[in-house]
Ligand binder design. Structure first.
Ligand code: NAG
Ligand code: NAG
Ligand code: NAG
Ligand code: NAG
Ligand code: NAG
Length: 315
Protein backbone atom coordinates (compact mmCIF):
# COMPACT_ATOMS: atom_id res chain seq x y z
CA UNK A 1 0.00 0.00 0.00
CA UNK A 2 1.27 3.46 -0.86
CA UNK A 3 -0.81 5.24 1.74
CA UNK A 4 1.78 4.92 4.51
CA UNK A 5 4.49 6.49 2.36
CA UNK A 6 2.18 9.36 1.40
CA UNK A 7 0.84 11.93 3.81
CA UNK A 8 2.10 10.15 6.93
CA UNK A 9 0.74 8.28 9.97
CA UNK A 10 -1.79 10.94 10.93
CA UNK A 11 -3.63 10.43 7.67
CA UNK A 12 -3.31 6.66 8.10
CA UNK A 13 -4.94 6.91 11.48
CA UNK A 14 -7.71 9.07 10.05
CA UNK A 15 -8.29 6.65 7.21
CA UNK A 16 -8.49 3.67 9.60
CA UNK A 17 -10.80 5.70 11.81
CA UNK A 18 -13.12 6.42 8.90
CA UNK A 19 -13.06 2.75 7.94
CA UNK A 20 -14.01 1.85 11.49
CA UNK A 21 -16.82 4.39 11.55
CA UNK A 22 -18.20 3.15 8.27
CA UNK A 23 -17.88 -0.43 9.62
CA UNK A 24 -16.61 -1.81 6.33
CA UNK A 25 -12.93 -2.49 7.15
CA UNK A 26 -11.80 -6.04 7.71
CA UNK A 27 -8.61 -7.71 6.40
CA UNK A 28 -9.06 -9.90 3.33
CA UNK A 29 -10.05 -13.45 4.21
CA UNK A 30 -10.38 -12.67 7.90
CA UNK A 31 -13.45 -12.74 10.05
CA UNK A 32 -14.36 -9.62 11.97
CA UNK A 33 -17.08 -9.60 14.60
CA UNK A 34 -17.69 -7.64 17.80
CA UNK A 35 -14.14 -6.34 18.36
CA UNK A 36 -12.68 -9.70 17.39
CA UNK A 37 -10.59 -10.34 14.26
CA UNK A 38 -9.89 -13.94 13.31
CA UNK A 39 -7.22 -14.57 10.67
CA UNK A 40 -6.42 -18.13 11.75
CA UNK A 41 -4.75 -20.28 9.06
CA UNK A 42 -5.08 -17.82 6.15
CA UNK A 43 -1.58 -18.37 4.67
CA UNK A 44 -0.70 -14.82 5.63
CA UNK A 45 2.98 -13.99 5.13
CA UNK A 46 2.74 -10.57 6.71
CA UNK A 47 0.74 -8.68 9.28
CA UNK A 48 -2.65 -7.87 7.66
CA UNK A 49 -3.73 -4.31 6.97
CA UNK A 50 -7.20 -2.89 7.59
CA UNK A 51 -7.65 -4.28 11.08
CA UNK A 52 -10.43 -2.29 12.80
CA UNK A 53 -8.95 0.08 15.37
CA UNK A 54 -11.26 -0.96 18.16
CA UNK A 55 -10.21 -4.62 17.95
CA UNK A 56 -9.81 -6.26 21.35
CA UNK A 57 -8.94 -9.81 20.29
CA UNK A 58 -6.70 -10.58 17.33
CA UNK A 59 -6.04 -14.12 16.09
CA UNK A 60 -3.09 -14.33 13.71
CA UNK A 61 -2.23 -17.94 14.55
CA UNK A 62 -1.23 -20.65 12.05
CA UNK A 63 0.08 -18.37 9.33
CA UNK A 64 3.54 -17.62 7.98
CA UNK A 65 4.01 -14.12 9.36
CA UNK A 66 7.69 -13.28 9.89
CA UNK A 67 7.48 -9.87 11.49
CA UNK A 68 5.22 -7.82 13.77
CA UNK A 69 5.29 -4.13 12.74
CA UNK A 70 5.20 -1.93 15.86
CA UNK A 71 3.57 0.95 13.99
CA UNK A 72 0.54 -0.97 12.71
CA UNK A 73 0.13 -2.96 15.89
CA UNK A 74 0.36 0.27 17.87
CA UNK A 75 -2.87 1.54 16.33
CA UNK A 76 -4.82 -1.10 18.23
CA UNK A 77 -4.81 0.61 21.59
CA UNK A 78 -7.72 -1.51 22.91
CA UNK A 79 -6.07 -4.83 22.13
CA UNK A 80 -6.07 -7.22 25.10
CA UNK A 81 -5.62 -10.57 23.38
CA UNK A 82 -3.02 -11.36 20.70
CA UNK A 83 -2.51 -14.87 19.42
CA UNK A 84 0.52 -15.24 17.10
CA UNK A 85 0.95 -18.97 17.69
CA UNK A 86 2.53 -21.01 14.91
CA UNK A 87 4.06 -18.40 12.63
CA UNK A 88 7.63 -17.66 11.52
CA UNK A 89 8.37 -14.64 13.66
CA UNK A 90 12.14 -14.42 13.97
CA UNK A 91 12.71 -11.51 16.33
CA UNK A 92 10.77 -9.36 18.76
CA UNK A 93 12.36 -5.94 18.76
CA UNK A 94 12.30 -3.21 21.41
CA UNK A 95 8.92 -1.51 21.72
CA UNK A 96 7.14 -3.85 19.28
CA UNK A 97 4.18 -3.74 21.66
CA UNK A 98 4.54 -0.11 22.69
CA UNK A 99 1.04 0.84 21.49
CA UNK A 100 -0.81 -2.18 22.86
CA UNK A 101 -0.25 -1.47 26.53
CA UNK A 102 -3.58 -3.03 27.53
CA UNK A 103 -2.47 -6.45 26.35
CA UNK A 104 -3.37 -9.21 28.81
CA UNK A 105 -2.69 -12.31 26.73
CA UNK A 106 0.22 -12.78 24.33
CA UNK A 107 0.99 -16.05 22.59
CA UNK A 108 4.24 -16.27 20.61
CA UNK A 109 4.53 -20.06 20.82
CA UNK A 110 5.65 -22.18 17.84
CA UNK A 111 7.52 -19.41 16.07
CA UNK A 112 11.19 -19.20 15.17
CA UNK A 113 12.28 -16.63 17.72
CA UNK A 114 16.01 -16.22 18.08
CA UNK A 115 15.95 -12.87 19.81
CA UNK A 116 13.69 -11.07 22.27
CA UNK A 117 15.30 -7.73 22.94
CA UNK A 118 15.24 -6.46 26.52
CA UNK A 119 12.64 -3.72 26.04
CA UNK A 120 10.24 -5.83 23.95
CA UNK A 121 7.67 -6.11 26.74
CA UNK A 122 8.54 -2.88 28.53
CA UNK A 123 5.03 -1.36 28.45
CA UNK A 124 3.07 -4.56 29.03
CA UNK A 125 2.33 -3.98 32.69
CA UNK A 126 -1.15 -5.56 32.31
CA UNK A 127 0.10 -8.75 30.72
CA UNK A 128 -1.13 -11.79 32.63
CA UNK A 129 -0.27 -14.67 30.33
CA UNK A 130 2.82 -14.91 28.14
CA UNK A 131 3.63 -17.93 26.01
CA UNK A 132 7.05 -18.16 24.40
CA UNK A 133 7.11 -21.96 24.27
CA UNK A 134 8.38 -23.99 21.32
CA UNK A 135 10.93 -21.58 19.95
CA UNK A 136 13.89 -23.95 19.79
CA UNK A 137 16.40 -21.33 18.59
CA UNK A 138 15.71 -18.96 21.47
CA UNK A 139 18.78 -19.41 23.66
CA UNK A 140 18.91 -16.25 25.71
CA UNK A 141 16.61 -13.99 27.72
CA UNK A 142 17.99 -10.72 29.00
CA UNK A 143 17.52 -10.15 32.71
CA UNK A 144 15.43 -7.02 32.03
CA UNK A 145 13.03 -8.79 29.68
CA UNK A 146 10.34 -9.10 32.38
CA UNK A 147 11.27 -5.98 34.34
CA UNK A 148 7.92 -4.25 33.68
CA UNK A 149 5.53 -7.16 33.16
CA UNK A 150 4.58 -6.97 36.81
CA UNK A 151 1.10 -8.52 36.40
CA UNK A 152 2.33 -11.75 34.82
CA UNK A 153 0.75 -14.89 36.27
CA UNK A 154 1.43 -17.56 33.64
CA UNK A 155 4.75 -17.85 31.86
CA UNK A 156 5.40 -20.67 29.44
CA UNK A 157 9.05 -21.22 28.49
CA UNK A 158 8.77 -24.84 27.38
CA UNK A 159 10.83 -26.32 24.54
CA UNK A 160 13.13 -23.42 23.82
CA UNK A 161 16.92 -23.36 23.50
CA UNK A 162 17.38 -21.78 26.94
CA UNK A 163 20.34 -23.24 28.86
CA UNK A 164 20.37 -20.81 31.72
CA UNK A 165 18.25 -18.00 33.18
CA UNK A 166 19.36 -15.06 35.23
CA UNK A 167 17.34 -15.17 38.46
CA UNK A 168 17.24 -11.36 38.26
CA UNK A 169 14.86 -11.75 35.31
CA UNK A 170 12.19 -12.93 37.78
CA UNK A 171 12.80 -10.28 40.37
CA UNK A 172 9.79 -8.14 39.39
CA UNK A 173 7.41 -11.03 38.72
CA UNK A 174 5.82 -10.88 42.15
CA UNK A 175 2.43 -12.16 40.97
CA UNK A 176 3.81 -15.07 38.94
CA UNK A 177 2.00 -18.29 39.83
CA UNK A 178 2.65 -20.80 37.07
CA UNK A 179 5.92 -21.39 35.27
CA UNK A 180 6.66 -24.02 32.63
CA UNK A 181 10.33 -24.86 32.08
CA UNK A 182 10.45 -28.37 30.61
CA UNK A 183 12.10 -29.43 27.39
CA UNK A 184 14.98 -26.97 27.62
CA UNK A 185 18.68 -27.94 27.50
CA UNK A 186 19.36 -26.61 31.01
CA UNK A 187 23.02 -26.28 31.92
CA UNK A 188 23.11 -26.82 35.69
CA UNK A 189 26.59 -25.38 36.26
CA UNK A 190 27.49 -22.93 39.01
CA UNK A 191 25.89 -20.03 37.10
CA UNK A 192 22.59 -21.87 37.52
CA UNK A 193 22.80 -21.82 41.32
CA UNK A 194 20.91 -18.56 41.94
CA UNK A 195 18.05 -19.51 39.63
CA UNK A 196 17.74 -22.96 41.21
CA UNK A 197 17.53 -21.36 44.65
CA UNK A 198 14.86 -18.98 43.32
CA UNK A 199 12.86 -22.00 42.12
CA UNK A 200 12.99 -23.51 45.62
CA UNK A 201 12.15 -20.28 47.47
CA UNK A 202 9.43 -18.95 45.16
CA UNK A 203 6.91 -21.80 45.63
CA UNK A 204 5.68 -21.43 42.06
CA UNK A 205 3.33 -23.90 40.50
CA UNK A 206 5.42 -25.89 38.02
CA UNK A 207 3.10 -28.45 36.41
CA UNK A 208 5.87 -29.92 34.26
CA UNK A 209 8.67 -29.89 36.86
CA UNK A 210 9.39 -33.62 36.39
CA UNK A 211 10.35 -33.00 32.79
CA UNK A 212 12.45 -29.92 33.48
CA UNK A 213 15.83 -31.58 33.86
CA UNK A 214 19.50 -30.76 33.51
CA UNK A 215 21.23 -31.70 30.26
CA UNK A 216 24.68 -30.52 31.34
CA UNK A 217 27.16 -30.90 33.05
CA UNK A 218 27.60 -34.69 32.96
CA UNK A 219 27.38 -35.18 36.73
CA UNK A 220 23.96 -33.43 36.77
CA UNK A 221 22.31 -35.03 33.73
CA UNK A 222 18.71 -36.01 34.42
CA UNK A 223 18.35 -34.11 37.69
CA UNK A 224 15.11 -32.10 37.90
CA UNK A 225 16.10 -28.43 38.03
CA UNK A 226 13.87 -27.88 41.07
CA UNK A 227 16.14 -30.28 42.98
CA UNK A 228 19.63 -29.09 42.03
CA UNK A 229 19.72 -26.20 44.51
CA UNK A 230 21.39 -28.14 47.32
CA UNK A 231 23.88 -30.19 45.28
CA UNK A 232 24.86 -27.03 43.42
CA UNK A 233 25.28 -25.11 46.64
CA UNK A 234 27.54 -27.88 47.93
CA UNK A 235 29.48 -28.11 44.66
CA UNK A 236 29.85 -24.41 43.93
CA UNK A 237 30.17 -22.78 47.31
CA UNK A 238 32.81 -25.21 48.59
CA UNK A 239 34.47 -24.73 45.20
CA UNK A 240 35.63 -28.32 44.86
CA UNK A 241 35.10 -29.93 41.51
CA UNK A 242 36.76 -32.93 39.93
CA UNK A 243 39.87 -30.97 38.96
CA UNK A 244 40.29 -29.79 42.53
CA UNK A 245 40.02 -33.36 43.82
CA UNK A 246 42.63 -34.45 41.25
CA UNK A 247 44.87 -31.64 42.42
CA UNK A 248 44.49 -32.61 46.08
CA UNK A 249 45.22 -36.25 45.18
CA UNK A 250 48.29 -35.21 43.20
CA UNK A 251 49.62 -33.09 46.06
CA UNK A 252 49.02 -36.01 48.46
CA UNK A 253 50.89 -38.37 46.17
CA UNK A 254 53.79 -35.93 45.84
CA UNK A 255 54.09 -35.62 49.61
CA UNK A 256 53.97 -39.40 49.95
CA UNK A 257 56.60 -39.87 47.20
CA UNK A 258 58.86 -37.20 48.65
CA UNK A 259 58.55 -38.81 52.09
CA UNK A 260 59.45 -42.24 50.70
CA UNK A 261 62.46 -40.87 48.84
CA UNK A 262 63.61 -38.96 51.92
CA UNK A 263 63.28 -42.08 54.10
CA UNK A 264 65.21 -44.13 51.56
CA UNK A 265 67.98 -41.52 51.32
CA UNK A 266 68.21 -41.36 55.12
CA UNK A 267 68.46 -45.16 55.21
CA UNK A 268 71.19 -45.21 52.58
CA UNK A 269 73.14 -42.48 54.37
CA UNK A 270 72.83 -44.33 57.68
CA UNK A 271 74.11 -47.57 56.14
CA UNK A 272 76.99 -45.80 54.38
CA UNK A 273 77.94 -43.99 57.56
CA UNK A 274 77.78 -47.21 59.55
CA UNK A 275 79.94 -48.99 57.00
CA UNK A 276 82.44 -46.16 56.95
CA UNK A 277 82.66 -46.19 60.74
CA UNK A 278 83.09 -49.94 60.92
CA UNK A 279 85.84 -49.78 58.32
CA UNK A 280 87.74 -47.01 60.12
CA UNK A 281 87.44 -48.99 63.40
CA UNK A 282 88.86 -52.08 61.71
CA UNK A 283 91.67 -50.02 60.17
CA UNK A 284 92.60 -48.65 63.59
CA UNK A 285 92.75 -52.16 65.04
CA UNK A 286 94.82 -53.38 62.11
CA UNK A 287 97.21 -50.45 62.51
CA UNK A 288 98.17 -51.60 65.96
CA UNK A 289 98.28 -55.37 65.66
CA UNK A 290 99.19 -56.03 62.10
CA UNK A 291 101.54 -53.18 61.29
CA UNK A 292 104.77 -55.10 61.64
CA UNK A 293 103.35 -58.12 59.93
CA UNK A 294 102.18 -55.93 57.15
CA UNK A 295 105.55 -54.29 56.67
CA UNK A 296 107.21 -57.70 56.61
CA UNK A 297 104.75 -58.92 54.08
CA UNK A 298 105.31 -55.93 51.85
CA UNK A 299 109.02 -56.23 51.98
CA UNK A 300 108.69 -59.89 51.13
CA UNK A 301 106.40 -59.10 48.32
CA UNK A 302 108.74 -56.42 46.97
CA UNK A 303 111.59 -58.78 47.00
CA UNK A 304 109.63 -61.26 45.05
CA UNK A 305 108.56 -58.64 42.52
CA UNK A 306 112.02 -57.09 42.07
CA UNK A 307 113.33 -60.56 41.52
CA UNK A 308 110.77 -60.91 38.89
CA UNK A 309 111.37 -57.86 36.68
CA UNK A 310 114.75 -56.65 37.78
CA UNK A 311 113.79 -53.25 39.36
CA UNK A 312 113.38 -52.62 43.11
CA UNK A 313 110.11 -50.87 43.84
CA UNK A 314 109.62 -48.06 46.38
CA UNK A 315 106.83 -48.26 48.94
C1 NAG B 1 14.63 -20.55 12.04
O1 NAG B 1 15.80 -19.88 12.49
C2 NAG B 1 16.98 -20.60 12.27
C3 NAG B 1 18.12 -19.87 12.94
O2 NAG B 1 18.13 -18.51 12.64
C4 NAG B 1 17.19 -20.78 10.76
O3 NAG B 1 18.36 -21.52 10.53
C5 NAG B 1 15.98 -21.53 10.20
O4 NAG B 1 16.09 -21.60 8.80
C6 NAG B 1 14.69 -20.82 10.56
N1 NAG B 1 13.57 -21.67 10.15
C7 NAG B 1 12.58 -21.23 9.42
C8 NAG B 1 11.51 -22.23 9.11
O5 NAG B 1 12.51 -20.06 9.04
C1 NAG C 1 10.03 0.00 32.66
O1 NAG C 1 9.14 1.12 32.68
C2 NAG C 1 9.76 2.35 33.00
C3 NAG C 1 8.68 3.42 33.12
O2 NAG C 1 7.63 3.18 32.27
C4 NAG C 1 10.78 2.69 31.93
O3 NAG C 1 11.44 3.91 32.23
C5 NAG C 1 11.81 1.56 31.85
O4 NAG C 1 12.73 1.81 30.81
C6 NAG C 1 11.16 0.23 31.64
N1 NAG C 1 12.16 -0.81 31.76
C7 NAG C 1 12.24 -1.86 30.96
C8 NAG C 1 13.37 -2.80 31.17
O5 NAG C 1 11.42 -2.09 30.10
C1 NAG D 1 1.54 -22.17 25.22
O1 NAG D 1 1.42 -22.63 23.90
C2 NAG D 1 1.45 -24.03 23.77
C3 NAG D 1 1.46 -24.36 22.30
O2 NAG D 1 0.77 -23.43 21.56
C4 NAG D 1 0.27 -24.64 24.50
O3 NAG D 1 0.29 -26.04 24.38
C5 NAG D 1 0.36 -24.23 25.96
O4 NAG D 1 -0.78 -24.70 26.66
C6 NAG D 1 0.44 -22.75 26.11
N1 NAG D 1 0.72 -22.43 27.48
C7 NAG D 1 -0.08 -21.74 28.27
C8 NAG D 1 0.38 -21.48 29.68
O5 NAG D 1 -1.14 -21.32 27.86
C1 NAG E 1 27.24 -22.18 32.58
O1 NAG E 1 26.62 -22.45 31.36
C2 NAG E 1 26.23 -21.31 30.63
C3 NAG E 1 25.45 -21.76 29.41
O2 NAG E 1 26.04 -22.83 28.76
C4 NAG E 1 27.48 -20.50 30.27
O3 NAG E 1 27.11 -19.35 29.56
C5 NAG E 1 28.20 -20.11 31.54
O4 NAG E 1 29.39 -19.44 31.24
C6 NAG E 1 28.49 -21.35 32.37
N1 NAG E 1 29.02 -20.91 33.67
C7 NAG E 1 30.08 -21.49 34.27
C8 NAG E 1 30.46 -20.97 35.62
O5 NAG E 1 30.68 -22.42 33.75
C1 NAG F 1 6.90 -35.50 30.58
O1 NAG F 1 7.36 -36.04 29.35
C2 NAG F 1 6.74 -37.25 29.00
C3 NAG F 1 7.44 -37.80 27.76
O2 NAG F 1 7.78 -36.79 26.87
C4 NAG F 1 5.24 -37.00 28.77
O3 NAG F 1 4.60 -38.19 28.42
C5 NAG F 1 4.65 -36.47 30.07
O4 NAG F 1 3.29 -36.13 29.88
C6 NAG F 1 5.40 -35.22 30.53
N1 NAG F 1 4.93 -34.84 31.86
C7 NAG F 1 4.64 -33.58 32.18
C8 NAG F 1 4.16 -33.36 33.57
O5 NAG F 1 4.76 -32.65 31.38
Amino acid sequence: MSRASGPGPRWLLFSFGMGLVSGSKCPNNCLCQSQEVICTGRQLTEYPSDIPLNTRRLYLDNNRITYLPAMNLGLLSDLVYLDCQNNLIHEVMDYTFIGVFKLVYLDLSFNNLTLISPYSFSVLSNLVQLNISNNPHLSFLHKHTFANTSSLRYLDLRNTGLQILDHGAFHHLTTLRTLYLSGNPWNCNCSFLDFSIYLIMSHLDQPDYQNATCVEPTEMVGWPITGVGNPLRYMCITHLDRQDYMFVLLIGFCIFAAGTVAAWLTGVCAVLYQNARRKSDEDDAEDEVGQRLNVNRRIFQNRNESAHDGFPQLI
